[in-house]
Design a protein around this ligand. Sequence first.
Ligand SMILES: [Zn+2]
Length: 486
Amino acid sequence: MKKSILGIGAVLVGLIAIAVFRANAVFEDVQLAPAKNLAQVELNEQQVVERMAGAIRFRTISHDDRSNFDADAFLAFHDYLRESFPLVHERADLTLINDFSLVFHIAGSDPSLKPVMLMGHMDVVPVDDVTLAEWTHDPFAGAVVDGEIWGRGTIDDKLSVMSFLEAIEALIRDGIEPKRSLYLSFGHDEEVGGQDGAKAVAEHFKEQGIEFEFVVDEGGVVLDDVIESVDRPVALIGVAEKGYLNLRLRVDAPGGHSSTPPPQSGLGVLSRAIVKLEENPFPAELTHVKNTFDAFASHASFAHRLAMGNTWLFGPVIRAVLVNDNATAASMRTTTAATMASGSSKSNILPTRAEAVVNFRILPGETAESVRERVVDIIDDEQVEVIMGTSINPSPVSPTDSMGYELLAQTIRGFDDDILVAPNLLSGGTDARYFHAVSPNVYRFVMVRATTDTLKIVHGIDERIAVKDYLTAIRFYYALIRQATG
Ligand SMILES: [Zn+2]
């Protein structure tokens, strides 16, 4: 008895020794060296800011109900871009896709180099009437107050559209001719799925056999509070995004009067199915969280390194801790969210049909079909029909050793070498998902600084950007494009 306790003790001491050793040894600093001598751009700050404020004044809104689409707002915005960026429009070939999405092509002098694609979207989400009164400044007034540009789209995503165009207008003005071709794609329906915009644009390039060296779209930002044990800002570059699936659960039942009900109504059967799904979440896996962590691990606290450097030992504990945070949990598993339900239309009538919609965000590695199969298994009830709705499979995962990723990372760090760069899995969806068909290297990153808290203004109230941050974005893209196109 005593002997075996001693034996276990020795094994434990051994394990702890290995764990400590790994915490200290496993994580080297993998941050790339900051780019040196980045190209500097001269900007007329006042004009640049006024042009951005002007862009916010166009109500290029995407509505779930597409019949509310305001074509005139988009066409007027196109005109505005033409007036604001005359050099780009003179130099670039412009193609309209499905009348409203814009593709600019600035041909490079060396056709042997694969082109680069920068993406953004012109549409914005609506402002709820109920929240309108809560805005400090009208969301479509383009107010510039106290060093901030206010309004819907200042971050998501007129920031990308306007800062790319400002950078390229300046490059042309400065007489810089690219060796590598550059494309810009500005979608008009990203906020409602990108079917007519980015999807069609990607198909257009696929048909022409054009492949991109790399693609940059919105998604990640520079976050000041990515984890508490790292007191430096971290630029999260989205290398993949989760898939999307709606499953409709349907229960058909005899119905009848509620005064003589069966022990369980159709709604009861349906509810039991939903509860089973919630009680059996998809398994959590650490891969993506760990890939993000590993990139800045050498700058994290010993405790975090000890845990993450030894997932073979601490994996179950880490998973248990991390799934308690909804945002982190979303990076670790396919999520399950029951969002809609219906029964009968009257309080004293039993439903003949009860239905619910469950929305899943699918982790790379699974598919819409594999999710459906698991759901059917868990519900395990023939009364519940499981019907496929809208589905998009998760994206592939782009590499972190490509020219595109390294260029992004080095340019970000060239701007501020305090910033650490890390790959990241996006829980939401972007237009970029369609571009994996035309490039193995698709990255989601916007040069904007935020905290978890300030990010809530995206799609929320008081969306705005500091003038200083907007100018930094333009300077960043000027330098990035200079390097990317040679
Ligand atoms: Zn967006």
